[in-house]
Design a protein. Structure first.
Length: 553
């Protein structure tokens, strides 16, 4: 078969693989993305998208479609055990927050994973890249110059083989990653066979679409019914210590009987099953996020309980973190491949922290009982999601490639703090870069912009809060096109902006507020292509240190 030569082979076309592919293509990196299944995925699967992930979609240009085709989370309604009809408790599962100038996307968003993938495939196609269905990896070898992958194509009952040579290979295959097994990287952790759930997307009538319905508990029998973005389709989750998940997975009528029994509803009308799967608690992660020129992202590197909605979101951050580093290495000869070591260095502590948090939520779910010792309904507190899971505080402060000249606080080197609560008053290198609206470009265009309008996954953005020709001279050492320099000045400032790409007036003062280090004399802030603060420095020495760490300049 004739296929355009690619620099990177992505194995697996779920959300993580698609996000990686799209970010690479926007960087003009030729890729191939293959999927062993012969049809595109179905089902809700990982439907929850945290605010930090929405920022990634915004940078990639897919967020408008996500907003158009998804919906905000609905409250959870817990029903009385005796009759199944009376709502005894109603609560918001997540905090539905109002947008703020520094965080424009405050509320998690729900969209089925298959729908999410469809959107990202459409955008990827705009760059001339299509997912190759029915294509699987079965072997690989690598040397100092690249990776040789052996592929098998399946179509119309026929199998053909292909050998492909690429610079790098990325496994986004999920928990059964072939690449991970071929590299002999252990997948450490455990499977909790006692915790199993049957997941079904099914046409259903007889329940409202305004809440996430909950009956019973997993200590005996539980049924959860959640509306989806499709008007007639609901996501039904069933399980418990007294439920035979294999039976209801294989017997539609047994599933219906269980739902009717637990909900005590005789008015439900069941239609077609769109997708179903049996889930069991599997908590595992790798010690290494790759080997040589092969990298693992998403579920190929870590799997865990869906409690907390961190899976797809963590994979998205894996992808955007690796994408810009691969792009730099492939585009610029001065950038050393050792930059790619920072992918594991940054992501591994985050994933370790995430597994701990989701496992604790899983334990709370298993231990929940719908009725208290005194017979009164118990609040389903295990369903309430702490704000920290929105991932806005996830950071890489310990990373060897970030540069921060601000005085360090006690305990700051402790990598156990990968997940941190939001604190707008403190900004460190390695943190998520805050947005700032109310910027007007000094070129006669009075339309206000935000920093998120300026940031791109294809370049570093250097924010200069004051003219500094020494810094500008140092920035010239970076590869052409890799940086975008922006002078941000207060209102009524007369700066000329000589030597920068753009000058913006901070009309509303937000940029100077949300980048508080500026008032302390640290007036150069470098934002990485993944929306993370790469450097907070005073002048040319700090900039030189960052350019050397990242660009080899």
């Amino acid at each position: 078969m004739s296929v355009e030569p690619a620099s990177i082979l992505i194995v697996g076309a779920g959300p993580t693989g698609l996000i990686l592919a799209l970010a690479l293509r926007q960087n003009n990196i030729p890729v191939r993305i293959i999927e062993k299944d012969t049809e595109f995925h179905k089902g809700q699967r990982g439907a929850g998208n945290q605010p930090r992930t929405l920022e990634i979609y915004n940078a990639l240009g897919t967020l408008p479609d996500i907003f158009k085709e998804g919906h905000v989370p609905m409250p959870v309604a817990s029903y009385k055990i005796q009759d199944g009809k009376e709502v005894v408790l109603k609560m918001d599962m997540v905090e539905v927050g109002e947008p703020t100038p520094d965080v424009p996307f405050r509320t998690p968003y729900l969209i089925g994973q298959s729908h999410n993938e469809e959107i990202h495939r459409r955008h990827l196609a705009n760059y001339g890249t299509e997912v190759e269905l029915g294509t699987e990896l079965f072997d690989l070898t690598q040397d100092e110059n690249g990776v040789t992958a052996e592929l098998a194509h399946h179509k119309d009952g026929q199998e053909t083989k292909e050998t492909v040579r690429v610079k790098y290979l990325v496994s986004a295959e999920g928990a059964r990653s072939v690449a991970r097994k071929l590299l002999d990287i252990p997948f450490l952790g455990q499977t909790h066979d006692a915790m199993r759930l049957n997941l079904v997307d099914m046409q259903l009538k007889g329940v409202s679409r305004d809440v996430w319905h909950q009956w019973g508990d997993v200590g005996s029998k539980a049924v959860y019914i959640r509306p989806t973005e499709w008007p007639d389709v609901f996501s039904i989750m069933t399980g418990g210590s007294d439920v035979d998940c294999d039976l209801i997975h294989n017997d539609r009528q047994a599933l219906i009987d269980l739902v009717v029994e637990v909900t005590k509803r005789d008015n439900l009308e069941f239609g077609d099953i769109i997708w179903q799967s049996v889930w069991r608690a599997n908590v595992r992660m790798v010690e290494k996020f790759g080997k040589g020129r092969v990298f693992l992202i998403g579920d190929a590197a870590h799997v865990h309980s869906p409690t907390g909605g961190q899976g797809l979101n963590t994979g998205a951050q894996d992808a955007i973190n690796l994408a810009w580093k691969l792009s730099l290495v492939l585009k610029y000869p001065s950038v050393q491949p050792s930059l790619l070591d920072s992918y594991e260095n940054e992501r591994l502590p985050v994933v370790r922290d995430m597994l701990f948090r989701t496992t604790e939520l899983l334990k709370a779910t298993v231990n929940y009982r719908a009725k208290g010792q005194d017979g009164t309904p118990a609040e389903p507190s295990h369903m309430r999601r702490p704000k920290i899971l929105q991932q806005l505080g996830v950071n890489y402060r310990w990373s060897p490639i970030v540069v921060d000249e601000q005085p360090k606080e006690e305990g700051e080197e402790d990598v156990s703090g990968a997940y941190k609560p939001e604190d707008p008053s403190v900004l460190k290198a390695g943190d998520r870069a805050p947005d700032s609206p109310g910027l007007v470009r000094v070129d006669g265009n009075e339309k206000k912009k935000t920093l998120f309008d300026i940031f791109r996954p294809t370049r570093h953005t250097v924010l200069l809060f004051g003219e500094n020709q020494e810094v500008l001279e140092v920035l010239k050492k970076a590869p052409a096109g890799s940086l975008y320099t922006v002078l941000v000045v207060p209102k009524e400032n007369s700066a000329t902006g000589a030597g920068v790409d753009a000058v913006f007036v901070d009309v509303d003062g937000y940029a100077h507020t949300f980048y508080p280090s500026v008032s302390k004399g640290f007036k150069t802030v470098i934002i990485r292509p993944d929306g993370v603060v790469g450097a907070i420095v005073k002048g040319k020495e700090g900039v030189e240190k960052y350019l050397k760490a990242v660009f080899g300049a």
